[in-house]
Design a protein around this ligand. Structure first.
Ligand code: BES
Ligand code: ZN
Length: 632
């Protein structure tokens, strides 16, 4: 039985409806735009949400929360303005681990009945609120539990400043429901206002219009006037400072980190302009970054107006800023035009990787973007090997019914998606392709879309009955077929060709110190390290380490790649670096391959478990969910 039908059975126990009178006025609606189009009646079923937006849908949220660090809880209320499309007497929200205290209707706040339906661990439970056909406003009083998977509560020791606690949320893919009762589907958009009360010495920021400094009251207000999907709801609270970069851009970080961050991301204004030049005006007013403590489980998260970013990209040489280009690109592909369900995740990430590489090409040239494409291709190949080239999960259009959408978060969506778009670009030429992408973003702005809708648009706007072109684009091969199509064009890089030359020289006996590596960026180093053979002697490892100081690299990508070899070759000199890395960094992308390599041998497994016991309290629920499974 699938998750959705299981839920329908649970629903049949719905209780009585309490009829209450309530005002029908739409007040408190500070919207600059309507989002009429955002949930068409034909919206596809989202198997990861219990909401039934075709019947009753939320349009605007007023959030009022108090942040309690002692109890590790958010308490308060979520008030929704709703649209009842069918005259139904219930509206359904998603929840997971929330304590729902009371539900009230209308401006009069008249209490109504509700139920928490049957659910499961991944999806949580549907909150079924009894309403009248004319109810316009629903207020849900609730608090979160310490297990809320979206929230990470950090003690002062886990921050850069070591003095104040810190909180951040991670809502994508379906974790918003662990901190807000919400219709948690990317096919539904809401505007929101929020009031957040925090301890006086801390600042709160959200995916919204943000304050730039603390005030004495500890009370902050927010407004997001453009309609956004629930997975972009975000909040962070900490000892934060703000630094302006350009007129439209800036950085929030702990005072101890802000200098380094301002240097690293000094080019973000330029990036914003490069992006606008490619695909049209930035639609969200400001673009700021929030640099989080190292336990942040991702590299970056494209929360609108305020990208959340890992401090592991603070490499001191601006070498890892393609990650910012990536999150910025989501302001178009993802935040403006959104995957309607998690089966269409590649629409978000494939377009974003394509766009990210275009921004990097614009700023640093084609040879730079080529390196990123080759590294991406290597990642893609590893993913294909891991999943199996015949696996259904290697198709762009996924089927995640009955599974956690997190399972769709692979390089298929990112890199196969990107190479599909590059393939279309090659077929029609850059000029035509750019016009098409511009048209796509403009046509679907502030809407959610599916793979099928995108393909219809591709056929009607670009292919236009040209059969030879359709054959070159090969939708069937890319979108619905596992693996890579036979005519896949393998990306190449001239800068990497030099790395390969140096590598061959080293292999045929030239000392490492004599290799020509002076001009190399971290991408070249990463390519070099990834080429190292399965079999290496301790002397070879030591020689490279002595020449290039990999074990002490300040570049997280280089260090993580090197440590992986150190584990495989039992190069114990790097033991301390490995342990320090695993206990300080919470970014899942780095953790998983390192722990996986460790558990390949019995001694390694012992070491992995010992380190994990120490490091686990420092990881976000997103990372522990994966690692608990791996290390059990
Ligand atoms: N939106 C993603 C992160 C994400 C996806 C979180 C799905 C939860 C579920 C973000 O834009 C992203 O892709 N981050 C990457 C960095 C990027 C440069 C590939 C990451 O965190 O590694
Ligand atoms: Zn992304």
């Amino acid at each position: 039985m699938n998750v959705y039908s299981r839920f329908l059975l649970g629903l049949s126990v719905a209780g009585t409806l309490q009829l209450v009178s309530c005002s029908t006025q739409l007040t408190n609606q500070d919207q600059t735009m309507t989002n009429e189009q955002s949930t068409p009646a034909s919206a596809p079923a989202d198997v990861h949400s219990y909401a039934r937006p075709a019947e009753a849908v939320a349009k605007h949220l007023d959030l009022d929360l108090t942040v309690d660090f002692d109890r590790k809880a958010l308490t308060g209320q979520a008030t929704y303005l709703i649209e009842n499309k069918t005259g139904t007497n219930e509206i359904i929200f998603d929840t997971r681990n929330l304590h729902i205290e009371q539900v009230l209707l209308g401006d009069e706040l008249e209490e109504t009945t509700f139920e928490l339906g049957e659910g499961n661990k991944t999806l949580g439970r549907p909150l079924i609120v009894h309403v009248r056909p004319d109810t316009k406003k629903v207020t849900i009083r609730y608090s979160t539990s310490p297990e809320a998977a979206a929230l990470q509560w950090l003690n002062p020791q886990q921050t850069a400043g070591k003095e104040h606690p810190f909180l951040f949320t991670q809502s994508q893919a379906i974790l918003a429901r662990t901190w807000i009762p919400i219709q948690d589907s990317p096919g539904i958009r809401i505007t929101y206002n929020a009031k957040v009360k925090v301890p006086q010495e801390l600042l709160a920021v959200m995916s919204a219009e943000n304050p730039v400094e603390k005030n004495d009251s500890g009370l902050y207000t927010f407004a997001m006037k453009q309609p956004i999907p629930s997975y972009l709801m975000a909040l962070s609270v900490g000892d934060l400072a703000f630094r302006e970069i350009g007129p439209q851009t800036g950085i929030y970080a702990e005072p101890a980190t802000i200098e380094a961050a301002a240097y690293e991301f000094a080019e973000m204004d330029k990036m914003l302009h490069a992006a606008e030049k490619l695909y049209g005006k930035y639609r969200w007013d400001r673009y700021d970054l929030l640099v989080l403590p190292p336990s942040f489980p991702f590299g970056g998260m494209e929360n609108p107006r305020l990208t959340f970013v890992t401090p592991t990209v603070l490499a001191k040489d601006r070498s890892l800023t393609s990650l910012i280009a990536h999150e910025l690109a989501h302001s178009w592909s993802g935040n403006l035009v959104t995957n309607a369900t998690w089966n269409d995740f590649w629409l978000n990430e494939g377009f974003t990787v394509y766009f990210e590489r275009r921004i990097m090409e614009e700023l640093y040239g084609k040879e730079y973007a080529d390196m990123l494409n080759v590294l991406g291709y290597q990642d893609l190949n590893n993913t294909l090997d891991e999943l199996g080239r015949e696996s259904e999960d290697t198709r762009l259009k996924l089927d995640l019914e009955g599974r956690d959408p997190d399972e769709g978060l692979t390089d298929i969506a990112y890199e196969k998606g990107n190479f599909f778009l590059q393939n279309i670009e090659r077929a029609v030429g850059r000029e035509r392709f750019d016009a098409f992408v511009n048209n796509y973003f403009g046509t679907f702005a502030f809407q959610s879309t599916t793979t099928d809708k995108f393909l219809d648009f591709l056929r009607s706007e670009l292919i236009r009955g040209d059969e030879a072109l359709a054959e070159k684009i090969n939708v069937e091969g890319w979108v619905y077929t596992p693996g890579l199509p036979a005519d896949f064009v393998v990306p190449t890089s001239t800068r990497f060709a030099e790395v390969e030359g140096a590598f061959r020289n080293w292999q045929s006996g030239k000392p490492a110190t004599e290799l020509k590596t002076q001009e190399w960026s971290s991408h070249e180093w990463l390519h070099f390290i990834r080429m190292l053979p399965e079999e290496m002697t301790q002397q070879q490892m030591a020689e490279l380490d002595k020449a290039f100081n990999f074990t002490n690299s300040g570049n997280s990508e280089v260090l993580a790649a090197w440590i992986l070899h150190a584990i495989r070759h039992n190069y114990t000199t790097a033991d301390q670096a490995l342990e320090t890395f695993l206990t300080h960094v919470g970014r899942r992308k780095f953790l998983v391959p390192l722990y996986k390599a460790l558990i390949e041998t019995p001694e390694g497994k012992e070491k992995a478990l010992a380190i994990y016991a120490k490091a686990r309290p420092n990881y976000h629920a997103v990372s522990t969910a994966t690692l608990d499974e791996l290390l059990k």
